[in-house]
Write a protein that binds this ligand. Structure first.
Ligand SMILES: *Cc1c(COP(=O)(O)O)cnc(C)c1O
Length: 392
């Protein structure tokens, strides 16, 4: 009986299509910015993680180009073998200085930083408590570690405390995992209260600052700084690919933590060091974050401008709670979200529909940049009024 062992792929794809969960890539032309050309059409870009507009910034381009001229295109090996350059160390020192931690370690992506840190820190005898809305890299890191994983309802510290009371004593180490800015919602985790719980139950706390670095805090160090927790003992993860406009990830924390990860994090040890261009671009970005606070101020001005306009002009819009440049509004179904996303795009607004399985309820997600102009935001709100007139 000859059967096709791959036939299930087409059936699975058909199921994905029927649920309106199907996804595909869309081509952006030219440099990234507040407006981009998307599949031939100029649109205002509310879909980017490039919060400070650095990914197309001339200073980063010059730094990356100079690094390629000096060091070549590839780092040629893992950091512990032939892949380590002075540039990597400079970047790690700059990150540690921004975060005010003893040290930092740069990974090839934020995803790999989470996989590496979590699998190094806990194993079979240990417990992970993880926010239900955490990013995929935290969830998969938890699974890969082999630890017992218990999810707590989104930001529900009362339940987290009950779970700690119930489970903590049965395990050796315990690691609490959380996004600091939740990437598909835009709200913040309560870091001070999490630190108290971690302290009370002898747990490590890992916060993922991917959407907070360069964005939150007086100096742009992130949510930890925003909540006045700088200097507290915890594990900070982040990415170089969002506000920092490059590619790569990092862990920041104590000397002992970083030294341990250099010896035990497989996704750092067994992968090629970050390319010279990415490293140099990120280093230039970290310096800009430190030296040009006006970019962050402009981003927050845009956030407040949009929130006020939405409040005035679309008072019935179901905005999810947000304390970041990520603003989402809910729609009843994946089909409605897709339809709204398509109508926005036809009107020149790029703000994607986010659907299951990424999130449990479908939504349109808007992310703001420092480089958006008031006219961009005015147009967004005008188009939203038109597109959503039937629902709001
Ligand atoms: C984007 C993101 C990551 C992954 O970072 P990359 O550098 O893109 O791999 C990890 N965690 C969170 C919360 C993110 O939003």
């Amino acid at each position: 009986m000859p059967t096709n062992p791959y036939a299930w792929l087409d059936e699975s794809l058909a199921t994905i299509h029927r649920a309106d969960w199907y996804r595909s890539v869309q081509t952006i032309h030219g440099r990234p910015g507040a407006t981009v050309v998307l599949a031939g059409q100029e649109v205002i870009n509310f879909a980017s993680n490039d919060y400070l507009g650095l990914a197309g910034d001339q200073q980063l381009i010059v730094a990356a180009t100079a690094a390629i001229e000096e060091f070549g295109t590839g780092s040629t090996g893992s950091r512990l073998l032939s892949g380590h350059r002075e540039l990597h160390r400079e970047l790690e020192e700059a990150i540690a200085s921004t975060k005010q931690t003893e040290d930092a370690l740069v990974f090839s992506s934020g995803y790999l930083a989470n996989l590496g840190a979590i699998t190094a820190l806990v194993g079979k005898r240990d417990l992970i408590l993880s926010d239900q809305y955490n990013h995929s890299s935290l969830k998969n890191g938890a699974i890969l570690s082999g630890a017992k994983v218990v999810e707590y309802p989104h930001c529900d510290l009362a339940v987290l405390k009950t779970q700690l009371n119930w489970h903590r004593q049965n395990y050796r180490r315990c690691l609490i995992l959380t996004d600091s800015v939740f990437s598909m919602d835009g709200d913040l985790c309560p870091i001070p209260a999490l630190l108290d719980l971690a302290d009370q139950f002898n747990c490590m706390l890992l916060v993922d600052e991917a959407h907070a670095t360069g964005v939150l805090g007086k100096t742009g160090a992130g949510c930890v700084e925003h909540f006045g927790c700088t200097g507290k003992q915890l594990i900070q993860i982040g990415t170089l690919s969002k506000a920092l406009g490059s590619l790569g990830g990092y862990v920041a924390g104590s000397n002992a933590l970083i030294d341990f990860l250099r010896n035990r994090a497989p996704s750092w040890i067994y992968t090629t060091g970050l390319s010279p261009a990415d490293t140099a671009a990120a280093l230039a970005a970290v310096k800009i974050v430190q030296q040009e606070p006006q970019r962050r101020a402009q981003l927050w001005k845009n956030v407040h401008y949009l929130k006020n306009l939405l409040h005035q002009q679309l008072p019935n819009l179901k905005l999810l709670p947000s304390e970041s440049p990520i603003l989402c509004f809910q729609l009843p179904s994946a089909t409605d979200a897709l339809k709204a996303g398509k109508q926005l795009r036809d009107a020149g607004i790029f703000a994607p529909a986010i659907r299951p399985p990424t999130v449990s309820t479908s939504r349109i997600r808007i992310s703001l940049m420092a480089t958006h102009e008031p006219a961009h935001i005015d147009k967004l709100v005008a188009v939203l009024r038109r597109v959503l007139s039937s629902e709001c």
